[in-house]
Ligand binder design. Structure first.
Ligand code: 4HQ
Length: 270
């Protein structure tokens, strides 16, 4: 998969040359190309922004450099998606990252400081925001998108790295994890994890994932689709948290229905 980034600050992308993404590029699983769209500015002064029509504060990114940079891109063998990073875009979530793995090339357009001339939007297939806060530029947002998409591409993560966010934990927060020692400053590892009883360990982990999601992220809990195996765990948890009964309609139908379901956030692949 190829990531092409349009930016006037290509040097900001140094973090992508480390660790897992460095290895992914060296093994040819991903390619990252940085295009400085200042090189496509028409004027001799190489301006990429200008004052807003109608007056007001701040500068606006001119259309010409972006249009010319996009038109200069080498043709792709396959599907290309042109993405604008902006706080006005669709909120970036794991399911969006998963959908983006279906493309052969992602073109990520980064504005810096200023807004975009509205006509730039006619070039793009999708506008994405990484969160409800304002950054100084789209570069950090583009890096977040590249990182989250790249790690879903087969072979980018190694065996020991790839277990995180596996299909069993979709849409749920991770369960608590422990490593040695079994007791540290009086704090003990839950005995079930030392028992060697793998079926019970799986149930404990699932229950703790459900608990954490309910307590910390009710917005995610609301969106969950439960599995038949969750019925008993949810009935135990509702004893501890009577407020959870508010969601009972989401699991009560599972009582006598051992049927496999896909949760909403489950990775679809291509
Ligand atoms: N910006 N998610 C303003 C963002 C942003 C975000 C990028 C700042 C675009 C013009 N991008 N520039 N949040 O705040 O993606």
């Amino acid at each position: 998969m190829k990531f092409t980034v349009l930016t006037i600050f290509p040097e900001m992308f140094a973090p992508l040359q480390e660790s897992i993404l460095k290895r992914a590029q060296n093994t040819g699983r991903i390619k990252i190309e940085l295009v400085n769209f200042r090189d496509f500015a028409p004027s001799k002064h190489k301006n990429v922004d200008d004052i807003p029509y109608g007056g007001g504060e701040g500068m606006v990114l001119k259309p010409e450099p972006i249009f010319r940079a996009v038109r200069s891109l080498a043709p792709v063998e396959g599907k290309r998606r042109i993405i604008l990073l902006s706080p006005q875009g669709k909120l970036f979530r794991q399911d969006i990252a998963s959908q983006l793995t279906c493309y052969d090339e992602l073109v990520l357009i980064c504005g810096h400081y200023e807004g975009f001339d509205e006509r730039i939007r006619s070039l793009v297939d999708e506008e994405i925001s990484i969160g409800d806060y304002v950054l100084t530029g789209g570069e950090l947002a583009a890096m977040v998108v590249i990182d989250a998409v790249a790690r879903l591409i087969p072979g980018v993560l190694g065996k020991t790295e790839s277990f995180i966010y596996d299909s069993h934990n979709e849409g749920l927060l991770e369960y608590p994890q422990y490593t040695r020692p079994a007791e540290f400053e009086g704090m003990k590892v839950p005995p079930i994890l030392l028992s060697g009883h793998h079926a019970n360990i799986d149930l404990w982990r699932r229950k703790e994932s459900l608990r954490r999601t309910f307590l910390r992220r009710p917005d995610l809990f609301e969106r969950l689709t439960f599995k038949a195996e969750d019925y008993q765990l949810l009935e135990e948890l509702v004893e501890e948290y009577p407020e959870m009964a508010l969601y009972r309609k989401k699991w009560e139908h599972l009582k006598a229905k051992p049927k496999r379901r896909r949760s909403r956030g489950e990775i679809d692949g291509c």
